[in-house]
Design a protein around this ligand. Sequence first.
Ligand SMILES: C[S@@+](CC[C@H](N)C(=O)[O-])C[C@H]1O[C@@H](n2cnc3c(N)ncnc32)[C@H](O)[C@@H]1O
Ligand code: SF4
Length: 358
Amino acid sequence: MLSGMYIHIPFCLNKCNYCDFLSFKSTVEEREKYVDAIISEINMYPKFPLETVYFGGGTPSLLTPEQVKRILSNLDIKEGAEVTLEVNPKTVDFEKFKLFKDAGINRVSIGIQSFNDEKLKMLGRLHSSSQGEEAFFLARKAGFENISLDLMFSLPNQSIDDLKDDLNHLFSLKPEHFSIYSLIWEEGTDFFAKLEAGVYKETENDLEASMYELIIDSAQKNGYIHYEISNFSLPGKRAIHNTKYWKNEEYLGIGIGASGYFENVRYKNVLKFPEYYGKILDNVKPILEEEFVNDDEKEIYEYILGLRIIPDGITPRGKYINLCDELVKDGFLVKNNSNYTLSQKGVLMANDVFDKFI
Ligand SMILES: C[S@@+](CC[C@H](N)C(=O)[O-])C[C@H]1O[C@@H](n2cnc3c(N)ncnc32)[C@H](O)[C@@H]1O
Ligand code: SF4
């Protein structure tokens, strides 16, 4: 049964130079109106006992703890559920962390991006390295025992030594979990314009591969399990919510621009506020597009998403067994009885491996 919910909070203090996530500047009134609307949207779906709730953004930590509590009070949350809130360091203090915890949040994912002040400035982040670190300590002090940190690599002019410094800083904090994403040059961002103008250059493939290998190697040396392409955790601390995506389980996506997967349909919500509020007012789900997933497509999703969970992998059926055996011969997968997982080479070239299934 469906047991996960993603809630999109499309507000940020400022737009970072590299980011094309759906987010806008907002007033206190706009945020209050939005919270009312998402509660109405939540109530358009049946009540499922939820094992995971994920507030993503944007910057969900721009909401007040009372608003978060109000949203959660409209959900049926199972005992022991994972309830995550994405946090931007610039929006929190000790008191706010404590109140988020009292409101029912038990996992925070803090957007650190880098511990290098020069890089943070280039990224357009509003916080310094020490403010990022401070946010981590404040969350700990407020009682959060499950903290994830977000970082990025392959940044313009980033050297291997810069990355080593970031990783050393990260491991010194000992978060339960971290995600580290290679920079994506998104069209329409300030970064993309600078790339086109020749101000920035893309990282050479060889350097990017060396950076990724360094991350994997040093994470393992520090006790982290590389359990998904961009995600690392201490034992037993995988992100339960995101794991539902990779296990191809259904989940509800709530809020403007949110994606969901419900009753065999993958859907995406409308992207504009007037449309969103209009649909909510009419008591209609604010869905922009829907795609029915048939059994064949479901099987492909199962393999492509499943392979992302590096230690678990997949158990293919029918014609996909032959494909996986071919990929073993080419060195991309490793076979263990009827189970296949990405090899070291497969992890480095994961997108090429996934393409073979389409
Ligand atoms: C919604 S944000 C997380 C929370 C909060 N908005 C923040 O940035 O502090 C999700 C993460 O996606 C990553 N991200 C955003 N844009 C990216 C890009 N163009 N390339 C790679 N990673 C990106 C960042 O690491 C970011 O923390
Ligand atoms: S990276 Fe985070 S804080 Fe920056 S614009 Fe994107 S969603 Fe907002």
